[in-house]
Design a protein around this ligand. Structure first.
Ligand code: PXL
Length: 288
């Protein structure tokens, strides 16, 4: 099979595993060429108490211009954490790069968690992400992002009906597949709700959960999920592979007694497990 090529637009945070520092190794380990376009370079992510950054917005579209004589084809376009001013540029980049309907656009909104926006963002970020979402085939918000994008209040408690309605509302804004991550219907478990607008079907995948918060796991999930799709997996199987990889990365972090909230998770140790599960599920998919 010819090697697939994915392009991703997100920041490069030097310290604290997230964004490109988890996307590139994950997607590369899956045997996919990952063209990572850094949109901002930060000393560290914004859950540290302060950070230095350089906004690379001015370089995004000129980089694409540089490539115009080469006719590069990308099999997938995946966006993650972006600064508010960069969102309209990324919409333009998607229009230029999506050269056929087979090229899937995956938008991980990556702008909020635990009921609030990430530091430095205000409602303009939500509005920008609502626009970016209309360019997506697939989105993978967490519950906070799903609520902000639909204008729903962040719930204290919820059931599957609430989550599926949220997914339907998101799907009405453009994307065909909605994955809502970090959903728990029973104590001690966590999973993802998958909603498919075209077949109007909804599925849920869960594992046992771990106590605590772990930074960059949404980015890790989205990167592994994109890898799964490019290996020909169904959305449900791509969710399984991605969720299990995050789960294993958290387990490794806990085993070593490390601070996963600041430094992110030890995904490096979970890469062999990820690659094995990805290969085993793609082999089974091909045999079916
Ligand atoms: O993982 C999301 C993320 C990515 N990049 C930066 C962040 C965050 C979350 O806070 O600060 C710079």
């Amino acid at each position: 099979m010819p090697q697939k090529r994915l392009i991703t637009f997100q920041d490069y945070s030097c310290m604290g595993r997230c964004s490109l520092t988890v996307a590139i190794p994950t997607i590369s380990a899956a045997g996919i060429e990952c063209v990572g376009v850094p949109t901002t370079v930060l000393s560290n992510h914004t859950q540290f108490k302060s950070w230095k950054y350089t906004d690379l917005a001015d370089q995004i579209l000129p980089s694409l211009d540089e490539w115009k004589d080469y006719n590069h084809h990308f099999d997938m376009i995946y966006t993650g954490y972006l600064a508010t001013n960069q969102i309209p540029l990324i919409c333009k980049a998607i229009m230029r790069l999506k050269d056929s309907p087979e090229v899937k656009v995956v938008v991980d909104p990556a702008f909020a968690d635990s009921g609030k926006l990430y530091p430095g963002f205000d409602y303009h970020q939500t509005e920008g992400m609502r626009v970016l979402m209309t360019y997506a085939d697939i989105i993978c918000p967490n519950l906070t992002e799903a609520c902000l994008l639909t204008g729903e209040a962040y719930p204290d408690d919820y059931d599957e009906l609430f989550i599926v309605r949220l997914a339907q509302k998101l799907a009405a804004q453009g994307p065909k597949i909605i994955i809502i991550t970090g959903i728990s219907y029973r104590e001690g478990t966590v999973g993802c709700q998958i909603f498919d607008r075209l077949s109007h079907s909804s599925e849920y995948y869960e594992t046992v959960s771990y106590e605590g918060s772990y930074h960059g796991t949404g980015d890790l999930f989205a990167s592994a999920f994109c890898s799964g799709l490019l290996h020909g997996l169904s959305s449900k199987n791509a969710v399984k592979v991605a969720h299990d990889y995050v789960h294993r990365s958290i387990a490794e972090t806990i085993k070593d007694g490390l601070d996963g909230l600041t430094y992110g998770v030890e995904f490096e140790k979970a890469i062999p497990f990820f690659v094995k599960e990805l290969e085993s599920i793609s082999r089974k998919t091909k045999e079916e």
